[in-house]
Write a protein that binds this ligand. Structure first.
Ligand code: ATP
Ligand code: MG
Length: 384
């Protein structure tokens, strides 16, 4: 949605709440991104109105997650997450805060993770900042609200968030904040693999990741994840932007199967397997266009990329891509003949032999530019 409309709608929500006598502010990521002049995904609103009241005020369209005292109001297909002020009391397992509703904006802002994430904005777009967020934002510093050691121990996920925000925004992590991460790195064991995967996905696409790689690697957060650790060490030496899947393939190349460690879906596992297959073929210089048949281009491209990261470039992506694109058929099933045809017209019944003939047909089409037509191919196969 258009940025202005998004903000106007959020202000509408603030107005409705204000008119009923409640406090309400846009808070967190949106305020940060707006001050930085960058686009923001969604808008969070914080208010002293209770969720039941918010629901009554926006009866037409909401969904709620009462556990977090949150009501989602939808305007013009955008969701606005409206959360009642809260304060965190205790933290159960270094991950989930035990919180209760609060009547104070200040306490709501103080429970937030980083100073630049703890500012809010009223309906007139005036910024409210109790924690020095604006100054940190201007100096491009990522700093916890409150004592870093305590804040990371309360919720270990914040360590990954720190690296994600620093890498996304190009901020420097304040030295005490970084020390706090180092002290608590072992608590990463309390963060679920799903959340780590989400955070990593964000970290990997962040434009300033390169600047943070040595900090990430020295922090110890990958102690329990040897595969990630190995891959990040390689990236630190020779940075290329990888996504989660190519990073996983790199890890697996270095340390063997990591599908458990990295919680891969079946489809991701298959892609990783294909990538490793092509790395081996490329290493042995055994790849031919026929090796590409029945594969998407993605694993081939990833294999070339990972070899670059590992400083063993053999093929150039543009060249290989051209070869791939020039292949008149990409899949065996695109051949004008199939196993049954070979059985019938060439009187063959032995299935490995049928396979050999099919490969021969594919190679005639790909290498010898024989037209992919049934009669012609059968004729050529008879001759051979
Ligand atoms: P993004 O651009 O990734 O959405 P964001 O700052 O909006 O960044 P969210 O995860 O959407 O991050 O959370 C919204 C706000 O809630 C944050 O800005 C922060 O104030 C607070 N917050 C989120 N997660 C935590 C956490 N683990 N601990 C403390 N505060 C948090
Ligand atoms: Mg957000």
């Amino acid at each position: 949605m258009e940025e202005d409309l998004k903000l106007r709608n959020a202000i509408k929500i603030l107005n409705v709440l204000n008119e009923k006598g409640f406090e309400a502010y846009i808070v967190g990521g949106y305020v940060r991104d707006r001050l930085l002049g960058i686009e923001s995904k969604d808008i969070d609103i914080t208010t002293n109105a209770l969720p039941s009241v918010v629901q009554e005020l926006f009866p037409s369209n909401f969904s709620k997650s009462l556990k977090y005292q949150t009501v989602n109001v939808i305007l013009d297909e955008t969701e606005y997450e409206i959360t009642t002020y809260r304060v965190d009391l205790s933290y159960k397992d270094h991950r989930h805060p035990e919180s209760k509703v609060s009547s104070s904006l200040k306490s709501d802002l103080r429970r937030r993770d980083f100073t630049v994430n703890a500012m809010c904005m009223d309906k007139d777009q005036k910024i409210i900042d109790y924690v020095g967020g604006k100054e940190d934002l201007e100096n491009k510093i990522l700093r916890t609200v409150g004592i870093p050691r305590k804040r990371f121990s309360e919720d270990a996920l914040r360590m990954f968030r720190a690296f994600r925000f620093a890498s996304r925004l190009g901020f420097t992590i304040d030295s005490d904040t970084y020390e706090g991460i180092k002290k608590n790195a072992s608590l990463i064991k309390y963060v679920s693999k799903e959340r780590i995967k989400d955070e990593l996905t964000g970290i990997l696409i962040a434009p300033y990741l390169k600047d943070n790689l040595s900090l990430i690697n020295d922090s110890g957060i990958f102690k329990l994840y040897p595969g990630l650790k190995a891959a990040f060490m390689v990236l630190e030496r020779n940075y290329y932007p990888l996504d989660f899947l190519s990073l996983t393939a790199l890890s697996s190349y270095l340390l063997g199967d990591l599908s458990e460690e990295l919680l891969l879906s079946k489809k991701e596992r298959k892609t990783v397997k294909d990538i490793l297959h092509f790395i081996e073929l490329f290493k042995e210089k055994k790849a031919t266009p026929l090796s590409f048949i029945d594969f998407e281009y993605q694993p081939i491209e990833y294999a070339i990329l990972i070899m670059k990261v590992l400083d063993m470039p053999i093929y150039d992506n543009t060249e290989i891509k051209q070869i791939y694109e020039d292949m008149p058929i990409k899949n065996m099933k695109d051949l004008s003949i199939n196993g049954d045809d070979i059985k019938k017209y060439l009187q063959l019944s032995d299935s490995p032999l049928i396979k050999t003939y099919l490969n021969k047909a594919a190679s005639l089409v790909i290498y010898d530019h024989i037209p992919n037509e049934k009669e012609i191919l059968l004729e050529k196969l008879r001759e051979s």
